[in-house]
Design a protein around this ligand. Structure first.
Ligand code: NOJ
Length: 574
C-alpha cells in the first residue's frame, strides 16, 4: 500500500473510512457482544462496499462504563472483543486486502480502574497524584456538602464534573462519567506515557488514530468557574476553560513530533467537540504539523435547543450555510471530514432524512452529499443500509450511561418522564448502537446469543443480505458513489460551489477540476421540486452519472426532481 496516490494525494484524502462500533457489528462467540473475529468474518462485505479503511471504536481493556471510552489498559485488547493476537490477525487481513485500520485513542481521560488512577488515588503523596486533576473542596466548604466542589463545572453525562474521594477528602475531575477521570496533560510524564503507547500501536501496524475529544486535553490550570445557564443545566459550562485550551496546539505539535515524525501515511484525526472553524484550520493546516483532519460538530448541533436533549427541527438553509462555511473555510489550508452519524448521534436517515416511505431515497440523498463534497467521508456502520432509529419503548431499553444519567437527573429535577423519554428516543446514542442488520435470521444474524441491546425489528426489511441482492439498494448506491470518488479526481480535489443557499427543498452544488464539472442535485423534501439551477438546459444535456429515480419527474423543467431524488451530472467545460 502506498501512502500517496499518483496525484501525490495522501491515502486518507481519497479513501472512504467506515466506522465499526465493534460491540454491535458482528458477534463470533455467541456472548451477545460484537468482537474482532466477528468483524474479521465480515471483511468481504466491507471490501465490496469499497471502503479504504476502518475506524475501530475502542477495543482496549475497559470496564465498559462508557463502552470502551473508559480504558483501563491501553496496551491490551478487552477479552470481550478478543486478544492481541486476534487484533494482529485483523490488521494483517485488512492490509492483505489493501485496507487500513484506524484505532480509537482515548487519552483525555482513563478509566478509574486504570492502574495510573488507582495509584494516583492511593495517596495525596503518590508520585502519580498529579497525573489527574485533584483539588480540595472550595475554600470555606466541607468535602461532600452541596456546592463544595472545586468549581461549578457540569459533566457531559449530567451532574457535577467532580467526584469526591472520601479517603483523601479531595475531588477529582471527570468531564464525562465518574468512571472517566481526566488525565492531567500538564504533567510531562503523562505525555511521555501516552506517546510511548501510541508508538507501540503504530509499531504493531495500525495506520492512524481517531483521537477522542483531543481538543479538551489542555485545561486552564486555574480551573475557573464556567458560565452558568448553558447546556450543562444547573452547572457551569467548562467549555471556555477546556475546549481549545491554552496549550492545545503546543501539545498536539509535541505529539506529532514524538509519535508521527518520520512515519509515512499515518492518519491523525482529532475528534474536536465545539471546535471553531478558525481553530480547525489551525489544527489541520499541513504546514503546522498538528492533525490531518478533525471531526467538527456544527451540523450535528443545529437541532439542539437548550442542549441536545431539547431537539428542534433542522432548517435546510442553516445546514447548507454550515456546510458552505466549512467547505470554504478549509479549502485552501486544512481538510474536512464528512459525516452524518456515528455512535454518538442518532441515525442519520431518521434525523436528516425521512425514515418512512422515503427512507431509501433520502438515505441516498445523504450519501451523495457526503460522498461528493470535499473532505474524507466517514460512513457509520449500517448507514449504507439506511438503518433507522430504534423503537425504544421504555427507559429499561436504553444502555448508554449518558441517556440513563440524563433520565435519572432530569426526572429527579421534576421534568415530565414522558417528555424526557421522547427526547431519549429521538436523540439518544443507543439509536446508532443497536446491532448491525446482516439478514433475516434471529437477531439479524448479529449473534446466536442474547444481544446486549435489542435488535431493531425492522431488520426483516432492512438488512445487508437483501441490500446486496437488490441492484437499486442503498448499499449499491453507496458502492457506486465510493467508486466514483476513486475514479473522478474532481471529487477529491475539485473546487466546491454551493448553489441555491436559501432553498429549503433542494441541495445543489458543483465540483470543478480543470475541464471537468460535476453537478450534485438532490431533493430534500417529499414534494416534486423545480430547482432554479443556473444553466439548467446545459446541465440537462450533460452526462447523467447517477440517478436515484428511474424516470424524470413528471413536470415542466428538465431538472425537476421527485421526492428525495438525487442526480449527479458530469460535463466538460471549455
Ligand atoms: C467521544 C466519544 O465518541 C464518546 O462515545 C465518548 O462518550 C466521549 N468522547 C468520552 O470519551
Amino acid at each position: 500500500m502506498t501512502a500517496t496516490n499518483d496525484r501525490g494525494e495522501p491515502w486518507w484524502k481519497t479513501a472512504v473510512i467506515y466506522q465499526v462500533y465493534v460491540r454491535s457489528f458482528a458477534d463470533s462467540d455467541g456472548d451477545g457482544i460484537g468482537d474482532l473475529d466477528g468483524l474479521r468474518g465480515r471483511l468481504d462485505y466491507l471490501q465490496r462496499l469499497g471502503v479504504g479503511a476502518i475506524w475501530l471504536t475502542p477495543v482496549q481493556r475497559s470496564p465498559q462504563d462508557d463502552y470502551g471510552y473508559d480504558v483501563s489498559d491501553y496496551q491490551d485488547i478487552d477479552p470481550l472483543f478478543g486478544t492481541l493476537a486476534g487484533f494482529d490477525a485483523l490488521v494483517a487481513d485488512l492490509h492483505d486486502r489493501g485496507m487500513r485500520l484506524i484505532m480509537d485513542l482515548v487519552v483525555n481521560h482513563t478509566s478509574d480502574e486504570h492502574p495510573w488512577f488507582v495509584e494516583s488515588r492511593s495517596s495525596i503523596a503518590s508520585p502519580k497524584r498529579d497525573w489527574y486533576w485533584w483539588r480540595p473542596p472550595r475554600p470555606g466548604r466541607h468535602a461532600g456538602e452541596p456546592g463544595a466542589e472545586p468549581n461549578n463545572w457540569g459533566s457531559v453525562f449530567s451532574g457535577s464534573a467532580w467526584e469526591l474521594d472520601a479517603a483523601s477528602g479531595e475531588y477529582y475531575l471527570h468531564l464525562f462519567s465518574r468512571k472517566q477521570p481526566d488525565l492531567n496533560w500538564e504533567h510531562p510524564a503523562v505525555r511521555r506515557a501516552v506517546h510511548a503507547m501510541m508508538r507501540w500501536w503504530l509499531d504493531r501496524g495500525v495506520d492512524g488514530f481517531r483521537m477522542d475529544c483531543i481538543n479538551m486535553i489542555s485545561k486552564d490550570p486555574a480551573l475557573p468557574d464556567g458560565p452558568d445557564g448553558g447546556r450543562r443545566g444547573a452547572f457551569g459550562d467548562f467549555g471556555p476553560h477546556v475546549i481549545g485550551g491554552p496549550r492545545l496546539h503546543e501539545l498536539v505539535r509535541e505529539m506529532h513530533a514524538e509519535v508521527f515524525e518520520g512515519r509515512d501515511g499515518i492518519l491523525a484525526l482529532g475528534e474536536t467537540p465545539g471546535v471553531t472553524l478558525d481553530e480547525a484550520r489551525l489544527l489541520t493546516d499541513p504546514a503546522r504539523d498538528e492533525l490531518d483532519m478533525v471531526f467538527q460538530f456544527e451540523h450535528v448541533e443545529l437541532d439542539h435547543g437548550a442542549g441536545k436533549w431539547d431537539p428542534r427541527p433542522i432548517h435546510l438553509a442553516d445546514l447548507k450555510a454550515s456546510m458552505g462555511r466549512w467547505q470554504a473555510g478549509l479549502a485552501d489550508a486544512g481538510w474536512n471530514s464528512l459525516y452524518w452519524g456515528n455512535h454518538d448521534q442518532p441515525r442519520a436517515v431518521s434525523r436528516f432524512g425521512d425514515d418512512g416511505i422515503h427512507r431509501e431515497r433520502s438515505a441516498k440523498v445523504l450519501a451523495a452529499i457526503q460522498l461528493l463534497l470535499r473532505g474524507t467521508p466517514f460512513i457509520f456502520q449500517g448507514e449504507e443500509l439506511g438503518m433507522t432509529n430504534a423503537p425504544f419503548a421504555q427507559v429499561a431499553d436504553f444502555r448508554d450511561v449518558e441517556a440513563l444519567n440524563h433520565y435519572a437527573t432530569a426526572t429527579a429535577a421534576g421534568e415530565d418522564p414522558g417528555v424526557v423519554l421522547a427526547a431519549l428516543r429521538r436523540v439518544g446514542r443507543d439509536n446508532a448502537r443497536t446491532p448491525m442488520h446482516w439478514d433475516t435470521t434471529p437477531n439479524a444474524g448479529f449473534t446466536t446469543g442474547e444481544p446486549w441491546i435489542a435488535v431493531n425489528p425492522n431488520h426483516l426489511g432492512i438488512n445487508a443480505a437483501a441490500a446486496l441482492a437488490d441492484p437499486d439498494s442503498v448499499f449499491h448506491w453507496y458502492r457506486r458513489l465510493i467508486a466514483l470518488r476513486r475514479e473522478e479526481p474532481a471529487v477529491v480535489g475539485g473546487d466546491v460551489t454551493l448553489l441555491l443557499p436559501h432553498d429549503e427543498r433542494v441541495v445543489a452544488f458543483t465540483r470543478t477540476l480543470g475541464t471537468v464539472e460535476l453537478l450534485v442535485l438532490a431533493s430534500w423534501s417529499a414534494d416534486v421540486a423545480a430547482p432554479p439551477i443556473p444553466d439548467a438546459g446545459g446541465w440537462a444535456a450533460a452526462e447523467l452519472l447517477l440517478s436515484s429515480c428511474p424516470r424524470p419527474a413528471d413536470h415542466d423543467g428538465p431538472l425537476d426532481l421527485h421526492a428525495w431524488e438525487t442526480r449527479v451530472y458530469r460535463r466538460r467545460v471549455p
